[in-house]
Design a protein around this ligand. Structure first.
Ligand code: PEP
Ligand code: MG
Length: 576
């Protein structure tokens, strides 16, 4: 059986996963099927009752903290959830599943939720549909309490391939810590942060595989082939061993490329190209340096905020950044100030803005400028880390020039504070910005004048230019880096930076994708930042290109941008 789906193209050495399917059932929280033995029934019911109580207690506390003047509906909303928690409709169904089917509490709650949702789904009534959302909120609150009690099962997923409806970036980190071999999700696009994280962590993954969990069974052997975007089940042993050979071959190739990774990236005509790594976690520095990165071009610090309830304090930021700076051994580290919001919510929030359109909402620099108390500890820590090495600060999602000015004035304040406290920092800390909103790309000359460096964030630039949600698999097919509008914006940014003599790099996924390399070199880009695994292949390919030839071809392409087919032109550029 083959399930057709979208591959997300993991870099060298992580293209194939072979392992047992581990089904996480549907719903807002990942839940694993679990069973208990008969003597454990009363204990499990007691555990469930404690979770109900703890969830009620949480809601009571939230209710008490409602600020005066808040509309009465908010308290009523919480009261409705409290009533559901105390109502027998949830608890009696779950308890009987624990008793009669010996389901673990989480699994029983999830099955009961699915049964109730099935009933709601058959109703046409809008009011009842909102009750379904309430049910999901309440269930997810209880599940979180139950799951937290269970945290220490760290090695649960060793060597397994998880199938889930969807996974947040925070879930991917948890699964990684539990030794997961690969994952398949029914929703989500290859540019979502969950997919980016999977590539970065070297976890083979297939996203947007609609219906996969209905076709696949818990416990059966699966093969993920991310190059072809396939999940294979029921494979004959001969096919399994073919994939094992392929995996082995890919590992040997990676090892071979790694041995040459410390040679500089030079084009055929001798131009030096800077190859930087994107990292999400401090420990990713190791693979980045092993793969010969010239430094870190994008450190996505918001991952420090995931899977926790509290916020990291200045010391924790500082310790983490110091470890990264020590790890890169003198190379530059571009630390991006936190880009929370959209698919990377603040701890304790559903999404960054609470709006129906979180990608257009209060995320990244907007959130930081609105909440300087969130921003300051991070800025102070970055400044302190700048005393230890070549640290640079990058601001995400810039749209207006005044955002740069405001950020700079907060940075100045932090510098004054640190100075008066006698703390060391780099007073000339370079401050750069991401060009990932079309407005910023169109106004690139102004941003180039206001910033010390630019970095093109194509993931968001493409999302916003083409008006497609990068996490929505329904519109994935429209995600087109070759769109003439996208190419023109990228070229404008590179040219604006060159005219202003400001360094420019690219840190979106396009930078590590071999298909776009000749085009970007031809546009004049000389610095690329990518997931560490991609560095090896990109460096090898760079050696094949002659930049003057690419420049001529690219100029021709842009003369004819609305009718030319970049892919056809690109095929001629390949030398194999
Ligand atoms: C981008 O938008 O291209 C980018 C690099 O940032 P992120 O993927 O974290 O939004
Ligand atoms: Mg971005």
């Amino acid at each position: 059986m083959i399930v057709s789906c979208v591959g997300i193209g993991i870099g060298a050495g992580a293209r194939i996963a072979i392992g047992e399917a581990h089904l996480l059932c549907h719903g807002p929280v990942c839940v694993t099927p679990s069973w208990i033995s008969s003597p454990q029934v009363e204990q499990e019911i007691a555990r469930f009752e404690r979770a109900l109580q703890a969830a009620s207690q949480q809601l009571l506390e939230i209710r008490e903290q409602i600020p005066p003047g808040t509309p009465g509906e908010i308290a009523e909303f919480i009261d409705a959830h409290l009533m559901m928690l105390q109502d027998n409709a949830i608890s009696s169904g779950v308890k009987s599943l624990i008793r009669e089917r010996l389901s673990g509490a989480e699994w029983a709650l999830q099955q009961h939720r699915d049964n109730l949702v099935g009933v709601f789904d058959q109703m046409q009534d809008d009011y009842l549909r909102t009750r379904r959302d309430d049910l999901d909120h309440v269930v997810s609150r209880i599940q979180k309490v139950l799951l937290e009690q269970q945290e220490p099962h760290i090695s649960d997923l060793q060597g397994q391939i998880v199938l889930a409806e969807d996974l947040s970036p925070a879930d991917v980190i948890l699964l990684h810590n539990r030794g997961v071999m690969g994952f398949v999700t029914e929703y989500g696009g290859p540019m979502s942060h969950s997919a980016i994280l999977a590539r970065s962590l070297g976890i083979p993954a297939i996203v947007g595989a609609r219906g996969a969990s209905r076709c696949l069974r818990h416990g059966e052997l699966l093969i993920l082939d991310t190059d072809n975007g396939c999940v294979l089940a029921n494979c004959p042993p001969s096919l399994v061993s073919r994939f094992e050979d392929q995996r082995e071959f890919a590992q040997q190739r990676t090892a071979m490329l790694r041995r040459q990774s410390h040679q500089p990236a030079l084009t055929a005509d001798g131009q030096r190209i800077e190859l930087l790594a994107n990292i999400e976690l401090a420990e990713d520095v190791l693979v980045a340096t092993e793969n010969g990165a010239d430094g870190i071009g994008l450190y996505r610090t918001e991952f420090l905020y995931m899977n926790r309830r509290d916020l990291p304090d200045e010391e924790e930021h500082f310790e983490t950044y110091s470890a990264v700076v020590r790890g890169v051994q003198g190379h530059p580290v571009v630390i991006r100030s936190l880009d929370l919001g959209a698919d990377k919510p603040l701890p304790g929030q559903q999404d960054g803005s609470g709006s129906g359109n979180p990608a257009l909402g209060l995320r990244a620099i907007r959130l930081c400028l609105k909440e300087p108390e969130l921003f300051r500890p991070q800025l102070r820590a970055i400044l302190r880390a700048s005393a230890l090495g070549d640290v640079r600060l990058m601001l995400p999602m810039l749209t207006n020039l005044w955002e740069v000015e405001q950020a700079r004035s907060i940075i100045r304040l932090c510098m004054q504070e640190l100075e008066s406290e006698g703390q060391a920092f780099d007073a000339a800390l370079p401050v750069g910005g991401m060009i990932e909103v079309p407005a910023a790309a169109l106004a690139a000359p102004a941003f180039a004048a206001a910033l010390d460096f630019l970095s093109i964030g194509t993931n968001d630039l493409i999302q916003y230019t083409l008006a497609i949600d990068r996490v929505d698999d329904e519109v994935n097919y429209l995600y087109d880096p070759f769109h003439p509008a996208v190419l023109q914006l990228i070229r404008q940014v590179i040219e604006a930076a060159d005219s202003a003599q400001v360094p420019v790099s690219m840190c979106g996924e396009m930078a590590g994708d071999l298909r776009f390399l000749p085009l970007l070199l031809g546009m004049g880009l000389r610095s690329f930042s990518m997931q560490p695994a991609a560095l090896l292949d990109v460096k090898q390919r760079i050696r094949e290109y002659d930049v003057p030839t690419l420049r001529t071809k690219t100029r021709k392409l842009f003369e004819d941008i609305y009718t030319a087919d970049p892919l056809t032109l690109l095929t001629h550029w390949h030398h194999h």
